[in-house]
Design a protein around this ligand. Structure first.
Ligand code: APR
Length: 239
């Protein structure tokens, strides 16, 4: 009996999902590049680069302190919940560009954060050692190494350490799904090129982004919650 159960688990197909800000839009979190997105109200170089942080650290800390409050007040939406439920039938691996924890709170077990996590912080000197943070980070808050604490966020002009692992995961997918990303930011956007060209691929987005010839692609032009409903129906044929 135990062997049979293991067999079933081992034969689940590997479903890899790349998510972006659109995944959390229905939870009330702003995207970046839509009308009224975060980058309409803020200059990306001022709040999301090491140069911006060096110039006006308190402004940058305040920006992420606000993001942390927004995420704390948000709840997973039907899209997050739908993805978590897919774990019953698939070996699901989520790669998210989002810094929120809504996939985890919905119950997804394998979540790789490419661009950091809002509920973590690190010192300016040490990229790898993180500390949990629920409240605000302020100027003068220092880590044990004596240097200023900052959000554990990958800013523009910084390396993306998790990209190698993410590319490896995408290259081993049996099914690849992209949800709610404009695919404008690299290296994350380049992950689509690591998926085997023969496997089924899906994009769910309210406004499908431009993608250069992806083979075997099914487009679901819907919001994340509704899109998951359609995706589930397509996936029934791929079990
Ligand atoms: N459901 C699905 N998709 C949606 C929804 C929704 N309800 N609302 C908006 N979208 C889509 C938009 O059509 C767009 O394609 O989500 C996408 C959001 O794109 P961006 O704002 O560019 O967000 P993202 O692709 O995640 O940005 C990548 O840029 O500044 C950075 O580091 C930040 O991780 C982020 C990266």
């Amino acid at each position: 009996m135990a062997n049979k159960e293991n067999d079933t688990i081992n034969h689940k197909k590997k479903l890899v999902v790349l998510t972006g800000a659109g995944m959390s839009a229905e939870s009330g979190l702003k995207t970046f590049r839509d009308t009224d997105g975060l980058w309409e109200g803020y200059n990306v170089y001022e709040v999301a680069t090491p140069r911006g942080f060096a110039t006006n650290p308190q402004f940058v800390l305040d920006f992420y302190n606000m993001r942390r409050k927004d995420v704390a007040n948000a709840k997973p939406n039907a899209g997050h919940v739908g993805l978590a439920a897919l774990e019953n039938d698939f070996d699901v691996q989520i790669i998210t560009q989002n810094i929120d924890d809504l996939h985890e709170r919905a119950g997804s077990k394998n979540v790789l954060h490419l661009h950091g996590e809002i509920f973590k912080m690190r010192s300016v000197k040490n990229i790898f050692k993180t500390f949990d943070i629920r409240g605000d980070i302020n100027l003068g808050d220092v880590a044990e190494d004596g240097s200023q604490l900052r959000p554990f966020i990958v800013w523009f002009e910084e390396p993306v350490p998790m990209i190698v692992e993410a590319a490896k995961i995408v290259s081993t997918a049996d099914i690849f799904v992209v949800i709610g990303t404009s695919l404008q930011v690299y290296p994350a956007a380049g992950l689509v090129n690591y998926a085997n060209r023969k496997i089924p691929k899906f994009i769910i987005d309210k406004n499908i982004p431009y993608t250069s010839s992806i083979q075997n692609l099914t487009v679901i032009e819907k919001g994340a919650g509704e899109g998951l409903y359609y995706l589930k129906n397509y996936l029934k044929n791929l079990l």
